[in-house]
Design a binder for this molecule. Sequence first.
Ligand SMILES: C[S@@+](CC[C@H](N)C(=O)[O-])C[C@H]1O[C@@H](n2cnc3c(N)ncnc32)[C@H](O)[C@@H]1O
Ligand code: SF4
Ligand code: SF4
Length: 704
Amino acid sequence: MVNYDERHCHKWALLITERKNTLNQVHAAVEAGDYIKAKQLFYQIFYGKIGEQADPGMAGSLLYHMAMVTKMESENNILLKELNIEQPDVQKNLDRFYGLFEADAHTLLNGVIDFKIPFSSITIERLSSEQKIFLFTELAKKYKELEERLTNQDSVVCVALEELFYEWTSLTIKMRFIQEYETIKGLLTLDILVKTYGIEEIQKVIDVVKDKFGEETVNIALDVTLKVGMRREKLQAVMLSDHYINNTMSIEKLDGKMDFLNCPIHGSHQYILKNFGINSDVPALFCKNFCFAHAKAMLESVLPFPLTLWQKKLMPTDDVCSFYLRLAYSPEIQQKERFVPLILSWNVTRECNLKCSHCYINAADRKLENELTTEEGKQLIDQICDISRPLLILSGGEPLLRQDIYELIKYGSSKGLKMGLGSNGSLIDDAVAKKLKSAGITTVSISIDSHIAAQHDGFRGVVGSWEKAINAIKALRANNVLVQVNTTLTHDNYDQIDNIMSLSESLGVENFHLFFLIPTGRGVKIDDITPQKYEDMITNTFAKVHKHRLNVRPSCAPQFMRIAQGMGLNMRQWIRGCIAGMYYCRIYPNGDITPCPYLPIKIGNVREKTFKEIWQNADMFKILRDPNTLTGKCGECDYKILCGGCRARAYGLSADFIDYCGDLHVPTEAKNDYLKEDPWCVYQSGTSKNVDILKKHPHSIQRR
Ligand SMILES: C[S@@+](CC[C@H](N)C(=O)[O-])C[C@H]1O[C@@H](n2cnc3c(N)ncnc32)[C@H](O)[C@@H]1O
Ligand code: SF4
Ligand code: SF4
């Protein structure tokens, strides 16, 4: 008999028992000389299994409980700090209820593992991120050594297997205990706060600091998780360490639902409520605020598009917690369409202060004569809101050369859009970063094309631009603005990507987008890398993702979805390799709409028709939304739904070379075939043979 409800509070212990049973099967397999089976089962214990009986494994559980320790602790601290009060004295009841939890653990794990964890290490000892990473890495190293011994059919390995299981499990239990200690402390504290200040007052304070709860814990969890080599997309799966979850996410339908069928926090609440009598509002306060903020921050860190999250059922009232999610959701119009804008790029001006050799828009030191005015820009934002609430990236040219840029950001964010800025960084200092932040910017992309200042400056045509870009990143980070680094890949920086990623990471950058050069605008004059090097770069970059804390995405290289799938990486959050016309389009400075910045085919102009009319009715958009319209190799490819090929490259390289070189950066009617195969893809569906692209596409030879 246990004190706390077993289903709600002790899934972690049940998992340890199951893993111990699996360890016994490992021993039996070793005894029978079946080392292949022993190795498979041993892997399963530590790194988990999927399917009906999914288990995130010892590694997942350890990371999860390490993160939960931080979550529970920081929620309490943030609240006390905001109220500007000391921790109220809850020690007596804390010791009592924590002691009962620990007693449960001994009952449940009796005969499974014999452990003794000093009370002082639960109440006082707290690990920094570095210490957590160190402990995890040491255990992972020991795992590798034992795996090696199983490979070498070492018949006396069993004692060492037991020892590692004991060591890893003890640390996991310790983390789970600290998590519970902090949970109970948080409950008892919140109970006192509600009794002292009243529920409305506490809710008001929570509203002010709500986002901080999620952000802080998810950041720390990410820091540890990514540095020990677990991928970002596994973050959700580690929650199975303590939860039973029904997950029905449909990335195609842009929505999803997550049902939590148990909750350890709720279980502890119920027990303490029954045996001590805390305020009955406290459980719902936890669900609605702390857990909601945590789920939101976690989903925002894994999903690249704006999302709306809401709860219909709370555990305290319905015995299940349901989270509903919709991408780029517009609450007023409650959109249901399959294809809605999730990201839009608006080149707000053609004017620029740099002279980059590759610039697709052929930016110059003068703006176009007929660029959209401030009022027209605001109307455009209104019209976008008639369809969805996407991430609207204000790009250029250099967008900060527009005097009304803050007004546009403010307007967009007041309408519920996520506002992004794509900048060369030359005009961003601390004051500008502050103005951007207070206008409501969500994310700023800064272009860095080399970790070597002189090389970046040479490419960008202006001395000093690297230093300014680096200072811009520092200023933005100092003002807590999310930063993305954009790097355009060329022959010259091909071997520098790792360095640029390390530099970005050291500056506190969160997202890294590797742009594969598109031969448009001034980009036609640049010698592009070969298709094989292009393919290799995507593969090598993915191979390094877990070395860095960065969220990496190849841009203008739709094959990344095929390659990621082949490498067992889940990139489904990006929906499809090329989303032009499906979930994305570009607005040229004069209001022309094109499917993407690199495919300058004019579909309409927002001065003539509304954005919604163009988005919903334009023939070219309808064609791009149907992968069956693709021809050539892409049309026959197994990956035409997941990848789709780069339509801009297909368009550019199917064109007459002379004409193509000319004016393709200015939107015009379609002059060539954009549905042909992507000439920069080495994959041939149905064979393992690479295609000799250079022979098939003589234009690409000319350009070399
Ligand atoms: C056109 S710029 C506008 C924003 C800003 N001026 C900047 O340079 O970051 C947006 C991004 O597109 C990239 N870019 C420009 N021309 C390109 C091309 N031909 N192929 C791929 N990326 C390109 C730039 O390096 C930059 O990261
Ligand atoms: S890439 Fe950006 S910074 Fe460079 S010229 Fe074009 S708009 Fe200006
Ligand atoms: S052939 Fe086309 S659809 Fe297939 S992987 Fe290559 S670019 Fe993508």
